[in-house]
Design a protein around this ligand. Structure first.
Ligand code: 3PG
Length: 306
């Protein structure tokens, strides 16, 4: 059986070695397709694959149609908005993710960006500290929980919004639950976004929420660009000269925002929240083990298209 690892943004070499070992020890063949220049390579490679491991690589209906032998797709990571679940389900393919495996890496990047913003992008002027500041965590999943843990280390006051998470669970983590998005944005000088991109969340963070941030507000997005209403963001940055936006996922209007707002906006050149060797090893090995468990024993604990 062939397991295809297709990563436009490759895993660290040490992670690839570990993935290979898991796959080959199980008696399967590993094909590695890294930094592929076009979809044609992916479409050709997936044609005889029994299993597919991806990161943010698009496994859409065309890829799924080309994958005649495919039985399982594992997204080595959390968000699976890059996979056409309906097409996979219709083709009888199991889709899984590897929740939690890269969450610390993403959470650490939040603070890389928070400190950079608080210190005025290291421009030499006098900035501010995170200690005793308020941070609002928009969704208290695996990344949000790690953000809370680190924020407490900085001595911050932490609150979070998550309709799917009981208040008691937040309180046990020393986090104040809030129950409306308006409260989250208007009462925290730093807001960190961790919601997935779904039909309900796309474009849901726009002008009103962003301009409700307190004076000097910093909005950090390590989730998905799609959750931002980009025109609303632009107008908010125009009307509120004190607000800053830092994102690990370039918005479509990144060049315009950078030229209009200079160092009040910051975008990583490529999504790099999960781009650490530790996260690559964790998510990569978990994905490889899940593939083997599915192919050998039908185990589908992390299936997302039930
Ligand atoms: C995720 O959903 O796991 C993160 O956004 C990381 O995505 P990546 O594997 O493309 O870096």
């Amino acid at each position: 059986m062939k397991v295809l690892v297709a990563t436009e943004k490759p895993f660290a070499a040490v992670a690839v070695d570990s993935i290979r070992k898991v796959i080959e020890d199980a008696g399967y063949e590993l094909e590695l397709l890294e930094k592929y220049p076009s979809r044609e390579e992916l479409l050709a490679a997936v044609a005889d694959a029994d299993a597919l491991i991806v990161r943010s690589d698009k496994a859409d209906a065309e890829v799924i149609a080309a994958a005649k032998k495919l039985k399982v797709i594992v997204r080595a990571g959390a968000g699976y908005d890059n996979i056409d679940l309906a097409a996979a389900t219709a083709a009888g393919i199991c889709v899984e993710n590897t929740p939690g495996q890269n969450s610390n890496a993403v959470a650490e990047l939040v603070f890389g960006m928070a400190v950079m913003a608080a210190r005025n992008m290291y421009d030499g002027t006098s900035g501010s500290e995170l200690k005793e500041k308020k941070i609002g965590i928009h969704a208290f999943g695996q990344v949000g929980r790690n953000v809370a843990r680190i924020a407490k280390g900085f001595g911050m006051e932490v609150c979070a919004l998550d309709p799917f998470c009981p208040d008691e669970s937040m309180k046990a983590a020393g986090v104040n639950p809030v129950h409306s998005v308006n409260e989250l944005y208007s009462e925290n000088s730093i807001v960190s976004i961790h919601i997935p991109a779904t039909a309900e969340t796309k474009g849901s963070i726009g002008y009103d929420l962003i301009t409700s941030l307190p004076k000097g507000g910093i909005l950090i997005n390590t989730a998905r660009k799609e959750v931002i209403d980009e025109e609303g963001l632009k107008k908010a940055l125009e009307d509120r000269q004190d607000i800053r936006y830092l994102s690990d996922i370039k918005p479509d209007n990144a060049a315009e925002l950078s030229s209009l707002f200079g160092s009040r906006v910051f975008f990583t050149p490529k999504k790099m929240g999960a781009q650490t060797s530790e996260a690559n090893i964790n998510a990569g090995i978990a994905a490889a083990r899940q593939v083997v468990a599915f192919l050998k024993d039908g185990v589908d604990k992390y299936r997302v298209n039930k």
